[in-house]
Ligand binder design. Structure first.
Ligand SMILES: *[C@@H]1O[C@H](CO)[C@@H](O)[C@H](O)[C@H]1NC(C)=O
Ligand SMILES: *[C@@H]1O[C@H](CO)[C@@H](O)[C@H](O)[C@H]1NC(C)=O
Ligand SMILES: *[C@@H]1O[C@H](CO)[C@@H](O)[C@H](O)[C@H]1NC(C)=O
Ligand SMILES: *[C@@H]1O[C@H](CO)[C@@H](O)[C@H](O)[C@H]1NC(C)=O
Ligand SMILES: *[C@@H]1O[C@H](CO)[C@@H](O)[C@H](O)[C@H]1NC(C)=O
Ligand SMILES: *[C@@H]1O[C@H](CO)[C@@H](O)[C@H](O)[C@H]1NC(C)=O
Ligand SMILES: *[C@@H]1O[C@H](CO)[C@@H](O)[C@H](O)[C@H]1NC(C)=O
Ligand SMILES: *[C@@H]1O[C@H](CO)[C@@H](O)[C@H](O)[C@H]1NC(C)=O
Ligand SMILES: *[C@@H]1O[C@H](CO)[C@@H](O)[C@H](O)[C@H]1NC(C)=O
Ligand SMILES: *[C@@H]1O[C@H](CO)[C@@H](O)[C@H](O)[C@H]1NC(C)=O
Ligand SMILES: *[C@@H]1O[C@H](CO)[C@@H](O)[C@H](O)[C@H]1NC(C)=O
Ligand SMILES: *[C@@H]1O[C@H](CO)[C@@H](O)[C@H](O)[C@H]1NC(C)=O
Length: 761
């Protein structure tokens, strides 16, 4: 590895005992493929739910089954239609719910327990409102292109990290008693041209005749990059999957049997229902035979489907299967146990928030990534004077709940940004801004605090300014300063510039940096030798316009943090929380360093294969500004004594998995086979969490990226304390997709394990 930014510690060669034998029976495509009743998949702990679902469906006529799969209630069997609602930030559009952070923020904590806590609490809010199915969590878009407008809603650009979070999300929702309906399946990587003309969610650029675009990806990258997290989701208990509104290999995703019947329902053993994203369904039998289980009553009318059963266009077995899949998730999460409160509409005063604000604040602070910290700039220690800059520091004029938009939003937001848009929209009961939190802190610390809550207000000094509210030398002396950004910056012990980047469903980003905001930062830094920059962004935000400016002493970088945003930022700025967030994607020096932009053609060939984000930067030796996994602390850590051992050699005795198909794929894909441990010491002066990361280099024969994340642990270490951190690797973590064999193979050879200090120096 050529990165100057990468330390490899204790690299170790580990020869695996992978089998001599290389034989497999390719899976058979039959008409019963993907049917629950085919018994090709061992349902495991779904078996009871299967029996209950079968008993219910057995009492239904075909016409009632059609009612069921089109979202109707069926009085004769006492079945009430399920309520489905967006999204990962809690019940969307509801009052008396928590204003949660976005998934792309939460994921940068790299902490399984914090992820679980948040997902569980989100799930309980759905449960408490009487909603049965959450259209969440959202694994993908995965992030083939950093311009993707919807990455704010998703779980980072690395399939392993994304998958662990996605699996915990489905497990936590299940534990909360609701059905997790994960999305989007699959390869819906950008907003541009996602939907044909006239679609509800179509952006101004999506009315083209080439929409929806078709994503074409080779089978290897399909499995190793995009399908990967869905294994975790299914294993975690996911009862629903939302298929995407786009196409794969020229056919709508929701009507593609190779995607839904073969990959999802057979290879992954998914037992639940597939429901379509907007406009995902276009034909009755294409969708029914393609694997869609829930659809529109105008396409799946009684007449059409009953006639189809008669003339052989649809099998009775498939109709029964669709009905089963619509109810099995309900039983799996015990929604039949009579405990769930009644469904209420969005304005009912049913307060489901509990103590959840504490989780929003804790996770927000834990998610923040300290990118730069020089001259001991942070943490702040009761500074005598402080000046805040930028519209992102304070409230937007009309409050935080923006109009729901599925047609795109501007690239920046004129107020404190703490939630996304479209399906990523947060419902805020309140929003603590940084200006509010820091003002309270200043009041108790005796700090003199000033602010200009605008990026351009008096951007230049008074001598060159005209009107426009800036540069009017109307007061002088006392506490009044000339109202310009440079004048407010001059003499402040610390200046904090706040910037953001906005995007959401329906349109992609048009920029990864912003001229107006960058000019503001430079303007502040021109007069303030202690300029701290706070960035809250929907995705990668290029910082190179000013990152090397010596007066920019610190950068705190994070996602959109929800209702406690200002408090979470304050916790880190003042050191009440020692930052431990780590980037879940790469921040490049230049836009042109990223290999994939927005696709403008009808067919989008994913020619980069597995090589997105750090895997691409590694392969072509691009030095990023801040690499995937990067993040500083107020303390320092020291690594030693890496060791690896095979913990289950019999599980590695064959090239291909030998276990039966179960929910989550072949059972032995999940067996722990290797354990890696490393000693980590906090050798600095303050307590802090360290996120230890394990990267694996496969043998060349596996044709894998140079290194891949295959383990991580967040550990609290007191100053002077050390601990043994252990990473447990499953068989799948050392497997590659063998296209010929159509199976996950462990290739014999040397595997190199490294626990990195991603510290950028
Ligand atoms: C494969 O399909 C054929 C029919 O197309 C069937 O005869 C055979 O039994 C199937 N094999 C397996 C292993 O399911
Ligand atoms: C119908 O289901 C509801 C719960 O959904 C239950 O309270 C009620 O007792 C059931 N009625 C009958 C007749 O089974
Ligand atoms: C019903 O299921 C929910 C969700 O799993 C659980 O919290 C509750 O305790 C259950 N109620 C009973 C009576 O078992
Ligand atoms: C639409 O796409 C074209 C390129 O195909 C681009 O130049 C234009 O800026 C886009 N418009 C919007 C509103 O996104
Ligand atoms: C799409 O086509 C490619 C190339 O033929 C193939 O490798 C891939 O498996 C196909 N994808 C699906 C979902 O069928
Ligand atoms: C099918 O017919 C039943 C009555 O026979 C009716 O209640 C239901 O609405 C119909 N469903 C659809 C999708 O047309
Ligand atoms: C910021 O200030 C400029 C004048 O310098 C004004 O034109 C603009 O509307 C202000 N922006 C906001 C969001 O208030
Ligand atoms: C920063 O500027 C202040 C005066 O505003 C000065 O006292 C201080 O020494 C400077 N710090 C550095 C590191 O240059
Ligand atoms: C840094 O700040 C000082 C004032 O403290 C200023 O004189 C100097 O020009 C600034 N440097 C840059 C690169 O803006
Ligand atoms: C996508 O790949 C196919 C098959 O290689 C090729 O025919 C087609 O021209 C490509 N399309 C684009 C837009 O690159
Ligand atoms: C802590 O360990 C790191 C990594 O080995 C090292 O660079 C640093 O100098 C150490 N700090 C102290 C105070 O020993
Ligand atoms: C298995 O054998 C096939 C055909 O000889 C070969 O292409 C493939 O790479 C082998 N797989 C492994 C994991 O060795």
């Amino acid at each position: 590895m050529k990165h100057s930014t990468t330390h490899l510690l204790g690299a170790l060669l580990l020869p695996l005992l992978a089998a001599a034998q290389n034989s497999t029976t390719p899976s058979n495509t039959t008409s019963t493929e993907g049917l629950l009743s085919s018994e090709s998949v061992d349902l495991g702990d779904w078996a009871d739910a299967y029996s209950k679902a079968a008993a219910l469906v057995a009492q239904m006529t075909n016409s009632e089954k059609i009612t069921l799969i089109t979202g109707g209630s069926i009085e004769s069997v006492n079945w009430t239609a399920l309520e489905f609602k967006d999204a990962t930030q809690g019940p969307q559009g509801y009052e008396y719910v928590t204003g949660w952070s976005e998934s792309s923020a939460m994921v940068t904590t790299w902490d399984r327990q914090l992820w679980y806590n948040q997902f569980k609490a989100v799930g309980l809010e759905f449960y408490g409102k009487g909603i049965q199915v959450a259209n969440a969590p959202t694994s993908q878009p995965l992030g083939r292109t950093p311009w993707g407008g919807r990455l704010v809603e998703t779980l980072g650009q690395d399939s392993y990290l994304n998958g662990i979070a996605f699996g915990l999300g489905t497990q936590a929702f299940t534990d909360a008693g609701i059905v997790a309906s994960g999305k989007h399946f699959l390869l819906n990587e950008q907003e541009t041209n996602r939907q044909s003309a006239g679609g509800v969610g179509g952006s101004s650029n999506s009315s083209s005749s080439i929409a929806p675009y078709s994503s074409n990806v080779d089978d290897k990258a399909l499995h190793e990059t995009y399908l990967w997290p869905f294994y975790d989701g299914v294993k975690g208990g996911m009862g629903g999957v939302m298929c995407a509104m786009t196409k794969v290999n020229g056919t709508l995703s929701c009507e593609t049997p190779s995607l839904l019947q073969k990959l999802l329902k057979t290879e992954l053993g998914f037992p639940g229902l597939v429901l379509p994203d907007v406009d995902g369904q276009s034909t009755a039998f294409g969708s029914a035979n393609g694997g869609l289980d829930f659809g529109s009553s105008s396409i799946w009318s009684n007449t059409t489907l009953l006639e189809g059963i008669n003339n052989g266009s649809l099998s009775q077995a498939r109709l029964d299967d669709m009905a089963m899949r619509n109810v099995i998730g309900y039983y799996k999460v015990n929604l039949d146990n009579g405990t769930q409160p009644a469904f209420v509409d969005s304005s009912a005063h049913v307060d489901v928030r509990g103590n959840h604000s504490a989780i929003v604040r804790e996770n927000g602070a834990a998610s923040l990534v300290l990118l730069k910290n020089t001259n001991g700039a942070l943490p702040l220690k009761a500074p005598l004077s402080m000046a805040l800059f930028g519209s992102h520091a304070g409230p937007i004029m009309a409050g935080p709940n923006t109009v729901f938009s599925v047609s795109g939003v501007p690239d920046t937001y004129s107020g404190h940004l703490a939630g996304g848009s479209g399906s990523g929209q947060t419902s805020f009961p309140y929003l603590i801004t940084p200006q509010q939190a820091l003002t309270n802190r200043a009041a108790s610390d005796g700090t003199m605090i000033r602010w200009i809550l605008n990026n351009t207000y008096g951007a230049t000094t008074s001598s060159t300014m005209g009107g426009g509210g800036g540069g009017i030398a109307l007061l002088s002396g006392g506490t009044a300063l000339t109202q310009t950004i440079p004048d407010y910056a001059t003499g402040a012990e610390v200046c904090i510039a706040f910037i953001n980047a906005y995007s959401g469903e329906g349109a992609d980003r048009t920029e990864l940096r912003n001229t107006e905001q960058d000019a503001m930062v430079t303007s502040v830094a021109s007069e303030c030798n202690n300029t701290v920059v706070v960035v809250n962004t929907v995705g990668a935000r290029i910082l190179d316009t000013w990152i090397e400016n010596e007066n920019v002493t610190a950068v705190v970088y994070g996602g959109l943090l929800g209702q406690e945003s200002g408090n979470a930022l304050m916790d880190v700025l003042y050191g009440d929380v020692n930052p431990s967030g780590r980037l879940a994607y790469t921040i490049a020096k230049n836009e042109s360093d990223y290999n994939v932009g927005i696709c403008e053609t009808a067919v989008c060939n994913f020619t980069e294969g597995n090589y997105i984000d750090y895997k691409y930067f590694d392969k072509y030796n691009f030095t990023p500004r801040y690499e995937f996994g990067f993040g500083l602390s107020y303390t320092t850590f020291n690594y030693s004594d890496l060791s690896a051992s095979i913990t289950n050699s019999s599980a590695l005795a064959s090239t291909y998995p030998t276990g039966g198909l179960s929910v989550g794929g072949k059972t032995d894909l999940w067996d722990e086979v290797v354990s890696v441990s490393v000693a980590v010491a906090n050798n600095g002066t303050v307590d802090g969490h360290e996120v230890s990361q394990l990267y694996v280099q496969y043998p060349d024969a596996a044709d894998q990226p140079l290194r891949q994340l295959r383990g991580f642990e967040r550990t609290l270490l007191a100053s002077g304390e050390s601990a043994q951190v252990t990473f447990s690797l499953r068989r799948r973590d050392l497997s590659m997709w063998d296209v010929q064999a159509q199976d996950w193979a462990v290739v014999s050879g040397d595997y190199v394990f490294s626990a990195e200090l991603a510290r950028g120096n």
